[in-house]
Design a protein around this ligand. Structure first.
Ligand SMILES: [Zn+2]
Length: 330
């Protein structure tokens, strides 16, 4: 979680717009935060809420210790309301409830904030209700609409909000954040190559399945080079039970792709690009035993398998065929 606006260095444009408006005290009544999952939209809306309600603000940053900051952190500030989809959609009644809450007087401060997550999931009725709200903004009411699908939102709503566009995190930045969260560098690097979403990357790193998947990829890779007759047995006994559905198999093939790419990086002397940096010695050794042309062929076999996976082939046969292709010529 970000504690100050300076922490938002991975979203420089958003940080600049928000800190400028806080400095000049020119806050829009509604912001539309759009960007992929895990790009920091929720963090920004809560930090913004704290900057608006903090009793002891330090410049643009909230103090993090007053009762308002603390209650926003624990999600029970009476003037900060968060709306999420109820089932698959945000319904008109939810927006109406919000509007009623805001007309009540006697709450803690004059300022009121609402955060709507997955704002694109508003039903048409809900969106129309909200629109009235946005058209007649109360001086001290601020809205944060969060979405991963801005194209599914009504233009009439978009046009009444100040846009804050969140870009995908760079892979380096994501690795740094994952390591800050306490995950190992090899795991962080691998996850950051699989997704642009920090949230998804954290989920992967937390999942024992993923760490084991990574180990199995290393083992299969080694078997393909050193114990070829065992590779097929390995696929049957270890690989198939672990990579059970298509999504898991896809991750398995992606990881295979990464380890073969690492071999290419070893051959062209770009070792800083290694995903499987913890297997550096082994990869370099195998890279010496083959040629760039062979590795490129192997990469295309893996890519072909990935696309065949999408067309409902038997996964076991697919893996066996891939293993045979990867062994050719050794
Ligand atoms: Zn505070």
């Amino acid at each position: 979680m970000i504690k100050s606006w300076a922490d938002l260095d991975y979203q420089p444009t958003v940080a600049r717009i928000v800190t400028n408006s806080l400095q000049r005290n020119r806050i829009a009544h509604a912001y539309l935060l759009d960007g992929m999952k895990g790009t920091g939209k929720k963090d920004v809306s809560y930090l913004f809420a704290k900057s608006l309600l903090c009793k002891d603000r330090n410049g643009v940053d909230p103090c993090q210790s007053c009762s308002n900051c603390k209650r926003i952190d624990s999600r029970n500030h009476p003037d900060v309301h968060v709306l999420e989809p109820d089932g698959n959609s945000i319904k008109k009644q939810q927006i109406q409830f919000l509007q009623e809450e805001f007309t009540k007087t006697g709450l803690e401060s004059k300022r009121k904030i609402y955060i709507i997550e997955h704002a694109d999931k508003m039903t048409t009725n809900a969106a129309n209700s909200l629109l009235k709200f946005l058209e007649e903004p109360n001086q001290e009411t601020f809205a944060f609409l969060l979405t991963e699908n801005v194209h599914q939102m009504l233009n009439t709503i978009i046009s009444r909000c100040q846009p804050l566009s969140f870009r995908a995190l760079t892979s380096t930045r994501m690795v740094d954040k994952l390591v800050e969260e306490g995950f190992s560098l090899p795991l962080a690097r691998t996850a950051s190559h699989l997704t642009n979403s920090l949230e998804e990357a954290v989920e992967l790193c937390r999942d024992d399945w993923f760490a084991l998947a990574r180990n199995l990829v290393i083992k299969l890779y080694e078997a393909l080079f050193t114990r070829q007759q065992q590779a097929l047995l390995f696929i049957q006994e270890k690989w198939m039970p672990h990579f059970q559905d298509r999504k898991q198999l896809e991750i398995g093939l992606d990881l295979m792709l990464f380890i073969y790419k690492d071999m290419l990086y070893a051959q062209v002397d770009k070792r800083e690009e290694f995903v499987f940096a913890d297997e550096k010695e082994q990869i370099e050794k195998f890279a010496l035993q083959t040629t760039q042309q062979r590795v490129t062929e192997h990469l295309s076999y893996i890519l072909q398998s990935k696309s065949r996976l999408a067309s409902n082939v038997n996964p076991h046969l697919l893996m066996e065929r891939l293993a045979l292709n990867l062994q050719e010529g050794y």
